[in-house]
Ligand binder design. Sequence first.
Ligand SMILES: [Zn+2]
Length: 683
Amino acid sequence: MNRVSKLALGIALSLGLAACSNETTTPVVQQIEKVSGVEKVNFDSSVRHQDDFYYSVNGHWLANTPIPADKSNYGAFSVLYERSQNALKKIIDETAAKPNKAEGSSEQKVGDFYASYMNTDIIEKLGFSPLSDQLGDIAQAKDHQDIASLMGSLLVSGVQIPFGFYVNNDAKNSTQYAVYLHQSGLTLPDRDYYLKDDDKFVANRAALNTYVADIMTQAGSKNSERVADSVAKIETFIAQSQWSRVESRDANNSYNKMDRAELQAKVTNFDFVQFSASADIDKVTEVIVRQPSYFEKFGAKFTQFSVAQWQDYLAFHLVDSYAELLSKNFVDLHFDFHSKTLMGIEEQKPRWKMAVDASDQVIGELVGKEYVKQYFKPEAKQRMEGLIQALIKGFEVSIDEIEWMTPETKVAAQEKLAKFTYKIGYPEKWKDYTDLKITADHLVGNYQAYAKFEYKTMLDKLGKPIDRTEWHMTPQTVNAYYNPVMNEIVFPAAILQPPFFNMGADDAVNFGGIGAVIGHEISHGFDDQGAKYDGDGNLRDWWTDADRAEFQKRGAQLSAQYAGYEALPGKHVNGDLTLGENIGDLGGLTVAARAYHLSLNGKPSPVIDGLTGEQRLFIGWSQVWRRNYRDEELGRRLMTDSHSPSHFRAMGTPRNIPAFYQAFDVKEGDKMFLAPEDRVKIW
Ligand SMILES: [Zn+2]
């Protein structure tokens, strides 16, 4: 799963992690009589809406939809994800079948990349030889200078090292790009896997040791036990030195700009000059360090690990990063550890799915352009624009009416709201892949070329004006995001399908689905971290002290509320880790309900399928969250995912909203009931 990392990752906040298969397609057609869009067939009639709004709406589906063997979880996102996957497969097959493709053309790249992934005869023959040169370079390191230099060149190839960087708008000068340096370097999903002594983590650490030894033996190591020991020692140190995910969320604490001299002083024994030369960043004069104390500890300890230990660590990370692209023995070992042990997945995906996912990663906008042509309807964009306007209007009214905020802060909040921009469907300017060379017979070579291409594209941004047309998700992605340094909300084409967005349905279910998603993304601009940025994308405090204190108090209440939810026996939601997303959900659904109400212009909502518009809206919200998880995956997400598990997103949000109580006549004694003083209202 940590195949060659996507380098240009910003700090955009997404809606949810889409993962993973077949369901009847609901045709997106404009009908004369609008349907409700409520999928009553999924209801569990034995559960009352007033007792658990997730199971009442989704219970039948959850009980009757097994997780496919090649997936860690399965829900509404997954169904659309599979639809995108099938669409891309068709596009790739059609493209590959075209005769006489010009060398370097989009068609050649799409056809040949897929062919290189599917050409298992060549891949088997090559074994791990595509990595021989780099393994040889690592073996030749003589001193710590060489190790620093190797880290630079490996990072350019997309290999994980103890830290990474990306280029994004400078959060304190958002009209310029800056380099952000961040902690990295672990194989297990989170630092706590190394630091906690629960049986599960002890077992995961043992599994890591076995995995390292096994895969390095396959890669020709004569000392694979020693390699495993080196990896364990270095990664344990890294885990001890890292900031927690909660600490790393803090937008102010993780903004520490320094020039090269200051950075070198911080990383003491690590030769940043040597590293920069091989990483091709020797001309970068300033960096923003996200976790300074981590870099200090890393620098101090760097020379205390021997050259041999670092060689082991780097060789393993090279092999691990590329394992999925090598022969079957590597693919199998990688799957057994990363997917089976850590996520509970039973079977490997069919190879064609791996190849399609890889195409989405490497040449996503080349296939995306065709995806949009074939699957995206312009009328969807039009209706989305209307919904976005309605949500912004709803937010405007909400801010005006907030009882806890002073007029001064309200003015500043309205200013920020007025500066939101949005993108729908697909980029107006497509990414230029001219410099990416793809061949049909060398998968690892293609990935190396891709990693270098992405890396160069990223560095080329420095010193240039901000590219406001850039997208951080492909159009075929089932997700959405808010980018705080651009103050923009972005909705790829693939999320504009039922149950999120139903062209054939009445507005109510759409306000509860995609409307609340729009509201969620806008609310990220006003969540515990997003609210630290102004409308121009700069970290600038626009709050009065009293308002900030009240905002934080309400956030703490919401955090405590979610921390009360037990997702697995003895394992609760991390209220602080998920606070931004929970504020996003609460603000999003609250404002969606308000926007729907405003859209009625004082008329009562139409009743369809025996449900009022207000009821359909909330059901629309709950039905997008149906999802079954494997226990391993849910446990992993509780520690690493900033989103709450689906159950609590679906039921935890509405129980804070008065309109939900009215819509379903929720009363004291009902399990969804919260006493008015325990309900959290933020936006
Ligand atoms: Zn979000």
